[in-house]
Ligand binder design. Structure first.
Ligand SMILES: Nc1ncnc2c1ncn2[C@@H]1O[C@H](COP(=O)(O)OP(=O)(O)O)[C@@H](O)[C@H]1O
Ligand SMILES: [Mg+2]
Length: 717
């Protein structure tokens, strides 16, 4: 349904907006007010400039400013669409969604949306001013084309072509299908199946047998294990007993051996040891004592010898010193020389004092005695000089004497001293000699005393005795040790004999071994059975598997054959259907066309009859394809009809065709269809149209038409 049209600079409409409703939309107004332009604008919206007589050049308003703009809003199946053409560009919207841009794509989109191309839409949905009967004079070819569309004869042609293709294709496919004897295959599958069922049952039995044999083998093995374990235990018990018995034998032998040994009495041996040991100790003490004595004797002999030597040394030295002393001169005492020295010394002292005085006098030239200077008395001075001289000479003489006396005294003293020394030494030697002599005597006494016993002999005897004793002890002691050991060993051996005998009495003496051989034979036999049954099973199994695989192959072959058969059936059915269809389509094609024409003519006749109040009884189509009508029972060519009659018949044919070729936008645009009618007739036609069509946009200058309009669009001058 058309809803709204908006125009800017479209022909004489600089700016125009029109709303449409369903039912009859009547456009009224004076001549040249732009009524026809509105219908053209609607066609322009759908098909562009080509839809308008004169095309693009005549569309835009003369002297108008800006591009020509045409916006049409319409609704299909409750969905609103907006198509907009502005200058050279175009858009179409479905609700808010842009569907196409650019003039050509928009036109394509719209013709697809309407369900027919714009030329056909124009032809069937638009009745141009003064061209209402156009369809009556349409060429046979164009009419045929419309009828083909209406009756879908071209579809029939296409179907025939398609079916012929299907026929040849299915023929080819059928001849390509392989031939397979399904019955034989099915029999084969069935046979194999039943064979396999039996084999399967057999397989189960064989498996059970193999499993049973396995179990038997397991049991036999377990039995052997138990027997082995028990035998091992028995064996170890037997070994224990044997080893004990052999131990016992050995011990008894040893005991016998021990009892035959000549073992001396331990007590006796102990006593002997007890006796010998103190004797040995005594002998050793003696030996030691004798040793010491021998040592002492040797020492005493040594002492005597050394003392003798020393005494001899002392005596020799003494003799030497005595000889020395005898050789020394005997000096008189030094008394006289000491007296002489004393007088010399005193004289020297006097003279030295006198000379010192004289020398002072000489220095001072003053005589201390006379208390006068010497100058006054030369003789005196000369006497002084003479005195000094005399005194000096005498002093020198005295000095010589002093030295001589002193040397003599020293010599005497030296002699005396060395003599005294020698004498002292002699004294000492004599003393030493005496003491050494005493010592020697003492040592000789001791030596003699020691010599009195035969310590050497005693030492030898004691040594011999202790050697003998210790030899005897070393014989007896091991004997004693051995006797003790043997006694202990015997006790031990007897203890052990008693122990083992007790144990042996408690141990079982007979040993029962489980015979192994029969068990092993049984295992061997069972194993053979296992092998055989397993071999049987595996052979049967592999046979079964092989047969099963064969069955699978057969089954798949059978399946293939069945599907081929199904396909063959399908192909044959298709081929048959196609052939039947072709036959039917060919036979009925012409009938369809004439039926369509009958329908169209029936509708047109009805319309014409209603609109003319029965004056036109029937509209028909002649053999040649042109239109004719029946009036008062007589057939006339359409050219013979009045303008109004032609208009009515044209409208009838148009409505019939429009009915037969439906569009998604069922609107009819009519420009003054009833121009040639008288007013009543016009109203009748208008009413009829308004009743038949869901939406009608019609230009009319007849005011009466307003009575049946549901929407009137009145344009000004
Ligand atoms: N491009 C144009 N610009 C302006 N006016 C135009 C244009 N084309 C046609 N017209 C004018 O529009 C009028 C024709 O309009 P039309 O729709 O046929 O009127 P009606 O159908 O109401 O008689 C004429 O007056 C014509 O001069
Ligand atoms: Mg007009």
């Amino acid at each position: 349904m058309l809803k709204r049209l908006e125009l800017i600079n479209f022909k004489r409409h600089k700016r125009l907006a029109v709303d449409f409703t369903d039912g009859l939309n009547l456009i009224t107004g004076p001549n040249y007010s732009g009524k026809s332009t509105i219908l053209q604008a609607i066609l322009y919206a759908f098909g562009g400039p080509r839809a308008v007589p004169g095309g693009k050049s005549v569309v835009s308003t003369k002297g108008g400013e800006g591009p020509t703009t045409c916006t049409l809003i319409f609704e299909i199946d409750g969905q609103e669409y907006t198509v907009n053409r502005k200058g050279n560009s175009a858009t179409v919207w479905k609700g808010e969604e842009l569907q196409a841009k650019a003039a050509s794509t928009v036109s394509t989109y719209l013709s697809e949306l309407l369900g027919m191309d714009m030329r056909r839409f124009h032809q069937l949905r638009y009745g141009e001013q003064k061209e209402t009967e156009a369809l009556l004079t349409l060429g046979a070819a164009e009419l045929h084309k419309i009828i083909q569309e209406v009756s879908q004869v071209d579809v029939v042609e296409k179907a025939i072509t398609y079916c012929s293709a299907v026929i040849s294709e299915t023929k080819g496919a059928l001849s390509a299908l392989p031939e397979e004897d399904i019955k034989a295959l099915e029999q084969e599958v069935e046979d194999l199946n039943s064979e396999l069922t039996q084999a399967y049952a057999m397989l189960g039995q064989l498996r059970e047998q193999a499993e049973a044999a396995d179990k038997q083998l397991e049991a036999a093995n377990a039995e052997l294990d138990i027997a082995d374990r028990q035998n091992a235990e028995t064996k170890s018990r037997q070994r224990a007993r044997q080893s004990m018995e052999s131990d016992l034998d050995k011990l008894i032998d040893r005991d016998k051996e021990l009892s035959t040994l000549q073992v001396r009495d331990i007590k006796e041996l102990e006593q002997t040891v007890e006796e010998l040991e103190p004797l040995l100790a005594e002998a050793m003490t003696q030996q030691k004592y004798a040793e010491r004595m021998v040592h002492d004797l040797r020492a005493a002999a040594g002492t005597v010898e050394s003392l003798k030597t020393r005494l001899e040394d002392t005596e020799r030295l003494l003799a030497e010193k005595q000889a020395e002393l005898a050789a020394m001169p005997v000096m008189p005492p030094a008394e006289a020389e000491e007296k002489m020295l004393e007088s010399v010394v005193s004289e020297k002292a006097v003279l030295e004092t006198r000379l010192a005085e004289l020398k002072v006098a000489k220095e001072t030239s003053f005589c201390p005695t006379c208390k006068r200077p010497y100058e006054d008395d030369p003789a005196h001075l000369e006497s002084l000089h003479k005195d000094i001289d005399t005194f000096t000479k005498r002093l020198s003489q005295l000095d010589q004497e002093d030295s001589r006396y002193r040397a003599r005294i020293a010599e005497i003293k030296l002699h005396k001293t060395s003599r005294e020394k020698t004498e002292a030494m002699i004294g000492r030697f004599q003393y030493t000699q005496e003491s050494q002599h005493r010592d020697l005597e003492e040592a000789q006494a001791t030596h003699a005393e020691l010599l009195r016993d035969d310590w050497g002999g005693k030492l030898v005897a004691a040594g011999k005795e202790s050697t003998e004793l210790s030899a005897r002890l070393s014989e007896v002691k091991p004997e004693l040790t051995q006797a003790i050991q043997l006694q202990a060993e015997r006790a031990e051996v007897e203890n052990r004999i008693a122990d083992i005998s007790t144990t042996l009495k408690q141990l079982p003496a007979d040993f029962n071994f489980i015979p192994i051989e029969p068990l092993e034979n049984k295992i061997e036999q069972t194993r053979d059975i296992v092998y055989q049954s397993k071999a049987l099973y595996s052979e049967a199994h592999s046979n079964y598997t092989g047969e099963y695989a064969k069955l699978s192959v057969l089954k798949s072959r059978l399946n293939d054959a069945r599907s081929v058969e199904a396909k063959r059936g399908t192909l044959q059915r298709r081929n048959g259907t196609a052939q039947g269809l072709v036959k039917y389509l060919r036979a009925n094609r012409d009938r369809f066309v004439s039926e369509v024409w009958d329908g169209i003519m029936g509708y047109a006749s009805e319309f014409a009859s209603s609109s003319t109040g029965g004056a036109i009884e029937q509209v028909i189509r002649t053999e040649s394809g042109s239109f004719a009508y029946v009036e008062h029972g007589e057939e006339h060519p359409v050219e013979a009809a009045s303008g109004a009659q032609k208009s009515i018949m044209g409208l009838g044919v148009q409505l019939a065709l429009a009915q037969m070729l439906p569009t998604s936008l069922p609107v009819l645009l009519l420009d003054e269809p009833g121009a040639d009618f008288d007013p009543e007739r016009a109203l009748a036609v208008t009413s009829l149209l308004a009743a038949e069509q869901s939406q009608l946009v019609m230009v009319s200058h007849r005011e009466l038409d307003g009575a049946v309009a549901s929407n009137t669009i009145a344009l000004g001058g």
